[in-house]
Design a protein around this ligand. Structure first.
Ligand SMILES: [Zn+2]
Length: 110
């Protein structure tokens, strides 16, 4: 996986976590969103496609999981604790694995 994409995805993940934990107005969230934006712009400047960072099915699955975990009294943001959470977590992990496999396959075939 190209390192700009990895950096942009990591920055985006950290920003989303801060947003979930601290809310949008928190200085840490704002700083991490700015860092994520810069990382995404650098990836774009290197010619990477936007969908390399924002994968629609994976993003929807991640959001569904995060929304559930935030409102569920049994699940945490890093571990499912109920049947519905386990289903959402499994779907999110499966889509992430498929996406990363896709990137590895693509980068070795170029
Ligand atoms: Zn749950």
């Amino acid at each position: 996986m190209p390192h700009r994409i990895r950096a942009a995805r990591a920055a985006q993940y950290l920003a989303v976590r801060a947003l979930t934990v601290h809310g949008l107005a928190h200085p840490l969230t704002l700083a991490l969103l700015a860092a994520a934006s810069t990382a995404a712009a650098k990836a774009w400047d290197r010619g990477h496609r936007v969908d390399a960072i924002h994968t629609a099915p994976g993003q929807r699955a991640r959001r569904a999981w995060a929304d559930h975990a935030a409102g569920c009294g049994t699940c945490t943001t890093t571990r499912p604790g109920c049947p519905e959470g386990a289903r959402l977590w499994e779907r999110y992990c499966r889509l992430q694995d498929a996406y990363l496999t896709h990137l590895r396959t693509r980068s070795t075939s170029q």
